[in-house]
Ligand binder design. Structure first.
Ligand SMILES: Cc1ncc(COP(=O)(O)O)c(C=O)c1O
Length: 389
């Protein structure tokens, strides 16, 4: 065989999955692991969503759907964007894809020409840079400080823009930091991006997981200019505990959606038919289950933050969104990979090293697990930190 594609060969294996699989191996050997690596809700998908899917299967919904998704689902998404986000999108401005990850990959492929630069606030979800490179673009990192709750400022954008910059990526609430921008901070970033004619890719997947009385606002909702220049991505995985269903969606201008749909037609045809039927039920009747899950996440968030921030040497911005905490552990003198490996080996606590997210001073805890696991895990984490002092 001839040499393989060099961009694909250069993709870094996912550090999240590497530690998670080590944790699974240890668990299979009978070890009691406290696993804080998982980026998915531990709740099951609500019954009414499953019922709608099973019903669809039984009624023979087993054929291809239109490329951009079942019209009724596109209508339900448009209605949701109007209701929750104050955004007026027509169904023709929506593409449903196989998970928000798939949506994002197609967005970058549709948006970028070779060598185009995308501004990526760091720490970042580790798939963004790889997706941008695979699409022929170049990620440019805007490094945010812990002291600033891991938020970038408009001045960071101004400093990083070059003639090749085409887009700014925004993910608020954020994976991995668990913090979020206020509406006015977000708007200021958007307006700065507009000054340079950039598109804004707004990954709003954690929209529903917002705490401390914060208000979520969509980037596209701030002004007609921002609406015209923003590509909004959202999905079902985190809000409705539907990670395995693989459904996400993009809302943008009709021209963008047409181009993205034609790309999707050649690489996926359309998302799974009966999963889409479940998603319609999620949007139309799933709001009450979201409220319950958010309540449980909030309780866990308060507990993990209280326990963690009381450990000497651990510096942690207050988590206000998503289901992650991202403490700085650099005072212990280990890099994040060594810290995570030893924490797993010595105390059987699995976390993701911050190096995976361009933040070697930190480690990521996901609190999508039980309160009991949080109590045990934090006691072990404390013991490990004390052993290093
Ligand atoms: C920031 C962010 N965006 C997008 C996704 C993709 O979600 P999915 O493909 O399950 O819809 C994830 C999943 O972990 C994420 O953390």
């Amino acid at each position: 065989m001839k040499p393989l594609n060099t961009t694909i060969l250069a993709i870094q294996p996912s550090a999240t999955l590497a530690i998670a699989s080590l944790a699974r191996q240890l668990a299979a050997q009978g070890e009691k692991i406290c696993n804080f690596t998982v980026g998915e809700p531990d709740f099951d998908t609500p019954e009414l969503i499953k019922d709608a899917c099973v019903d669809a299967l039984r009624k023979g919904q087993t054929k291809y759907t239109p490329i951009n998704g079942i019209p009724k689902l596109c209508e339900a998404i448009a209605a949701k964007l109007q209701r929750d986000n104050g955004l007026a999108y027509k169904p023709a401005q929506i593409v449903v894809s196989c998970g928000a990850k798939h949506s994002l990959a197609l967005v970058f492929q549709t948006l970028l020409n070779p060598g185009d630069e995308v501004l990526v606030p760091s720490p970042f979800w580790l798939s963004y840079p790889e997706m941008i490179r695979v699409a022929g673009g170049q990620p440019v990192y805007l490094r945010a400080k812990r002291e600033n709750d891991f938020k970038i400022t408009p001045a960071d954008i101004a400093k990083a823009v070059t003639p090749r910059t085409v887009a700014l990526l925004v993910n608020s609430p954020s994976n991995p930091t668990g913090t979020m921008y206020t509406p006015s901070e977000l708007r200021a970033l958007g307006e700065e991006a507009l000054r340079y004619g950039l598109a804004i890719v707004a990954d709003e997947i954690y929209e529903k997981l917002v705490f401390e009385g914060n208000r979520f606002a969509s980037m596209a909702s701030f002004s007609p200019e921002l609406y015209n220049n923003t590509i909004t991505i959202n999905g079902f995985s985190k809000s409705y505990a539907m990670t395995g269903w693989r459904l996400g969606y993009t809302a943008a201008s009709e021209a963008f959606v047409r181009a993205m749909g034609s790309l999707q037609s050649h690489c996926a045809s359309a998302p799974t038919t009966f999963a889409q039927c479940g998603a319609i039920a999620a949007l139309e009747q799933g709001e009450a289950s979201i409220t319950e899950m958010v309540k449980a996440f909030d309780e866990r968030r308060r507990r993990i933050y209280a326990l963690m921030s009381a450990i000497p040497g651990v510096k942690c911005p207050k988590p206000t969104g998503a289901f992650y905490v991202f403490p700085d552990i650099s005072s212990f003198g280990l890099d994040s990979v060594a810290f995570a490996r030893r924490l797993l080996a010595e105390q059987k606590v699995a976390v993701v090293p911050g190096a995976a997210f361009d933040a070697d001073a930190c480690i990521r805890f996901s609190y999508a697990c039980s309160l009991q696991e949080i109590e045990t895990g934090m006691a072990r984490f404390r013991a490990f930190c004390e052993s290093l002092r």
